[in-house]
Write a new protein. Structure first.
Lengths: 335, 207
């Protein structure tokens, strides 16, 4: 089926709309799951079981007064949340989200248009996604530095330290599966593991899987590594001076990044999707949902680490392990 | 075991048992061994299981801790000292207060004001009785000193108001005569709360 520009446009709009909605819904899920794990009820009063809490939060975020601090660099302050949200969604353009489908022909204008599963099936998909997530570092970094707030500066410094360090681990850990598959395209990864559970790359690359997960938690700023905005230490880090929808964009970006990392982990290590049937898509949804749940679960269970422990973990444990993993993979492939 | 060893405050002379808290690793090799040991010990997964178990219990075993306060209320202890109640004699329905004035005397915040007179049977009757709840510190002396168990602390604890002074009259606190059969006898300061059995739990020491 031929991919037309209008199909890609529709896909882009679908990704934007659905992932934004899921990001909003993710906040509800997160609050509920954390509440249950702490034997609380969570949001209960807005709508049945608090389901409309997202709407209430949305109204609050959109109508809240937009404050730019007096000594802040207003332009950079305003553009920083956009960078976070934009890079998160740009990264999603190269990962498979939802199945291929053709719009039925009875729909007036768009009938018969083929909508692909990946908005742009780049041959360097993995590299592009990792690069985009790395570029996302500029969001918190510029936000923290532009807001004329000491906590923001500390948050920005931690951003640079944490994201740059863990980029290394993400890249190196995913390099071993790339060597096995011999391609950077997510479709090739999917095809490589098409033979069922026994073919999943997690069995061949367990170390890379664990390393990627750990680094993914750090890249998405999730709880054992949420140093950028840990309230007990740096008030809210880079987001201290933000409120309303500007803060909401950081939030949406973070949740979109969580989804991206979940999708990469599911496609690269856990077999991905089955392009032929509907059931395969249900399975990848389940896998993505599992990784998303894992992030919430870990947040409820584990304390977070100190910055020096974070660096220790990255440079003295994870990075050497990733390199050793690559060397062993290369030797096994050569023999 | 007697009390003597608890009364001995001379630090160092007691017979303490040292708890084995492990020791910090000496040297690089020991540190490395500790890291490896902790990595493969799976303690992190114990933490994950604890939260998951809490979630399963909360969802399926109805072990949820939230009380939706204005809609649900926990039973309060009989020792709780909230707004006062004036009780009646169960047999005759007459109020128990004999107008002795002890509560007024003992009140340390001077919030009880009362006036009494002799009625036609030469019994003391209460003509005026007010408690200023803006001043009352709910110390419970009035209930403790009352020889007739006439003034007691009731269970009404939601007494926020918009002004500081809030006077309650004798009739406001008196058990209504048609609700005499519902009058709760005062359990006393030493009584346990009605749900005391449910509140007994194992100390969460072991995971």
């Amino acid at each position: 089926m031929e991919v037309t520009w209008i199909g890609v446009l529709i896909k882009a709009i679908i990704i934007l709309a659905v992932i934004s909605a899921i990001a909003g819904f993710g906040t509800y899920i997160e609050r509920k799951v954390l509440a249950f794990m702490q034997r609380r009820l969570g949001p209960m009063h807005v709508g049945p079981y608090g389901l409309l809490q997202i709407a209430a939060d949305g109204i609050k975020l959109f109508t809240k007064e937009d404050i730019v601090p007096q000594n802040a660099n207003a332009f950079i302050f305003k553009i920083a949340p956009v960078i976070t949200a934009a890079t998160a969604f740009i990264a999603l353009s190269a990962v498979p989200v939802f199945p291929d489908f053709t719009i039925p022909s009875w729909i007036p204008v768009l009938g018969g248009t083929f909508v692909p599963s990946i908005a742009s099936d780049l041959n360097i998909g993995v590299l592009f996604v990792l690069g985009m997530m790395a570029a996302g570092l500029y969001g918190p970094l510029l936000a923290g530095m532009s807001q004329a707030n000491k906590w923001g500066i500390i948050g920005a410094a931690r951003t640079a330290v944490q994201f740059l360090s863990y980029e290394v681990v993400t890249g190196l850990s995913i390099l071993a599966p790339i060597m096995l598959v011999g391609s950077l395209s997510f479709v090739d990864f999917n095809a490589y593991q098409a033979g069922g559970i026994g073919d999943w790359l997690v069995w061949k690359q367990p170390v890379a899987f664990v390393l990627f997960l750990i680094a993914g938690f750090a890249e998405t700023n999730r709880t054992p590594f949420d140093l950028l905005e840990h309230e007990a230490e740096v008030v809210s880090g880079y987001a201290t001076e933000y409120s309303g929808m500007r803060w909401g964009m950081f939030f949406i970006g973070e949740y979109a990044n969580m989804i991206t990392v979940s999708v990469i982990a599911a496609v690269v290590f856990l077999g991905g999707y089955d392009a032929a049937g509907t059931l395969g898509w249900l399975f990848i949804m389940a896998k993505i949902a599992f990784f998303f749940f894992l992030m919430l679960w870990v947040r409820a269970a584990w304390p977070h680490v100190r910055p020096d422990q974070l660096m220790w973990l990255c440079w003295k444990v994870l990075m050497p392990l990733a390199v050793v993993n690559i060397v062993i993979t290369a030797l096994v492939m050569m023999v | 075991m007697g009390l003597e060893q608890f009364k001995n405050r001379n630090v160092g002379t007691q017979n303490y048992t040292m708890v084995d808290a492990g020791h910090s690793p000496q040297g690089a090799m020991c540190q490395f061994k500790q890291v490896v040991k902790r990595t493969f010990k799976g303690e992190l997964f114990v933490g994950l299981w604890v939260t998951m178990r809490s979630m399963i219990k909360a969802l399926f075993a109805n072990d949820m801790h939230t009380v939706k306060y204005p809609l649900e209320k926990l039973p309060i202890s009989p020792r709780y000292r909230a707004i006062h109640d004036m009780l009646r004699l169960l047999e005759s329905g007459h109020y128990r207060c004999i107008g002795c004035g002890l509560c007024e005397k003992i009140c340390i915040s001077n919030c009880i004001a009362m006036d009494t007179r002799y009625d036609e049977n030469q019994r003391k009757e209460v003509s005026e009785y007010t408690i200023n709840f803006g001043r009352c510190i709910f110390c419970g002396y009035c209930a403790e000193v009352c020889p007739e168990l006439a003034i007691v602390h009731g269970p009404r604890y939601e007494n926020a108001s918009q002004q500081r002074a809030g006077f309650s009259l004798f009739e406001d606190m008196l058990t209504p005569i048609d609700k005499l059969n519902l009058q709760q006898e005062y359990d006393g300061f030493g009584a346990v709360s009605p749900n005391a059995d449910e509140n007994i739990k194992q100390t969460p020491l072991a995971y």
